[in-house]
Design a protein around this ligand. Structure first.
Ligand SMILES: [Fe+2]
Length: 440
């Protein structure tokens, strides 16, 4: 079963570039009151429960992605988005992961909003504090993390978050391998951050900025997989770019990963069940030929989610989790009322976004006032159901809502029209969490 995004991309090839642009927009706070009139707007993630998870029976690992830390984005005047709260959301996630009993945190790239050293320094300070509090942190680069800093700068800045304790580092990229607790973390550098930032001595020269795995990196990865097989280590591979969505096979899409298929084939060859990625800023689950890919959403956009992995002797349990920003704000004695009531604030922002988007679309396909109310309510309800994982089981109820028909009438010709329809037809039940069993 493949997640909805893949079906959208495969069915609607002419929309590929549109989708790529749209997902980037969506990533950074589409529900935050930005311009509603665009024809290419789309939604994101899940309001999963913030109630505490059951205590882990084995190793608990938190996975966050696309933290896009930007201490320079702090202007709270006007109609602000949650992205201006990015430092607090990162702090809240680091606290929440510890509160949930995670021993480790992986961040799958786009750590900062650009490759400027001051932004990375701000993140390093936060990660160091989290490690001091008992959370082991491992990072890998995304396409936003380099330039102007270069590969050697990145490895220096994040020396304490994987590179210095690595069992092995790939000489041709920022990929590294950490072995601990019977586990091999295969932290892959998928590049995509600009050819000018590539300066490791063994790295091949590039003339473009596409994401890629080089021959050298693939050889190194196979050596690591051979070691894991020989020693019975459980391999957890992660990278920023995606392997299985169809758009990751489309050069020039912004999501293309050269040799991604070959890396996926290697993972299958060595029986690796799960690959972790980010980049698309959406929570999604893809499956193909025995390999599952879990995409983790952009942390700092609605609903501020991350992924929890529980690894036991016979299963890997994948659970989405929403950061409890309200609880973090209370325990850290924040005074900003937005932070103290963050979930409500985000919900109101989403409702405003749904309404303004419907009103904008209705300029082309007019609705009555009651139809506008109903369509906005329908839109919001579908989004909530998508992000809390209940959409597959509630599709019939949602189709019976008064806003169903007016929404799709006014969304005709807009990206939301096909996107929501596709979600309702094919959203994966696994968005609410799932188990990969190793039992015979
Ligand atoms: Fe990103």
């Amino acid at each position: 079963m493949k997640q909805s995004g893949q079906k959208v991309f495969s069915r609607l090839a002419p929309f590929l570039m549109l989708a790529a642009a749209l997902l980037c927009v969506l990533a950074l706070g589409v529900f935050s009151g930005g311009s509603p009139g665009a024809e290419t707007s789309a939604p994101s993630k899940l309001p999963a429960s913030t109630a505490a998870l059951p205590s882990p029976e084995g190793l608990r690992i938190a996975v966050a992605s696309d933290t896009h830390l930007d201490p320079d984005n702090r202007d709270k005047s006007g109609n602000v988005s949650e992205t201006v709260y990015n430092p607090e959301i990162v702090d809240a996630m680091l606290w929440d992961a510890r509160e949930q009993g995670a021993e480790m945190l992986l961040i799958t790239g786009d750590l900062c909003n650009s490759g400027r050293e001051n932004k990375h320094a701000a993140l390093v300070e936060k990660l160091r504090a989290a490690e001091d509090a008992g959370l082991a942190v491992y990072v890998l680069p995304g396409n936003h993390d380099l330039a102007p800093i270069k590969q050697t700068d990145f490895a220096r800045l994040y020396a304490d978050f994987g590179y210095d304790e690595a069992y092995s580092r790939d000489a041709a990229s920022l990929s590294c391998c950490v072995i601990r607790d019977g586990l091999m973390l295969l932290m892959m550098d998928t590049a995509g951050y600009g050819a000018g930032a590539i300066e490791l001595p063994a790295a091949a020269a590039r003339d473009n900025s596409e994401a890629f795995f080089s021959e050298e990196t693939l050889r190194w990865a196979e050596e690591m997989l051979q070691k894991a097989e020989a020693e019975g280590l459980f391999v957890l591979p992660a990278g920023h770019y995606n392997l299985l969505p169809e758009i990751s096979r489309q050069p020039g899409s912004g999501y293309y990963l050269e040799n991604g298929d070959r890396f996926a084939a290697l993972l299958r060859q060595y029986g690796v069940p799960l690959y972790l990625s980010g980049h698309m800023h959406l929570r999604a689950v893809y499956e193909e030929d025995g390999l599952t890919e879990q995409l983790t959403e952009c942390l700092i956009a609605y609903p501020t989610g991350y992924t929890v992995l529980d690894l036991t002797a016979d299963a890997l349990v994948v659970t989405p989790r929403r950061v409890d920003v309200d609880a973090w704000a209370e325990q850290s004695v924040q005074t900003d009322p937005v932070l103290l009531h963050f979930a409500d604030w985000q919900e109101q922002a989403m409702q405003r976004y749904c309404r303004t988007t419907v009103e904008a679309m209705a300029k082309r396909h007019p609705l009555t006032a009651p139809e506008t109310d109903a369509a906005a309510d329908f839109f919001c309800t579908v989004m909530r159901a998508y992000w809390d994982g209940t959409l597959p089981s509630r599709a019939d109820t949602l189709r019976a809502m008064a806003g169903y028909e007016p929404f799709f009438r006014c969304a005709d010709g807009y990206s939301y029209g096909w996107w929501l329809k596709d979600l309702m037809e094919s959203a994966s039940p696994k968005l609410a969490g799932y188990t990969i069993s190793f039992a015979p």
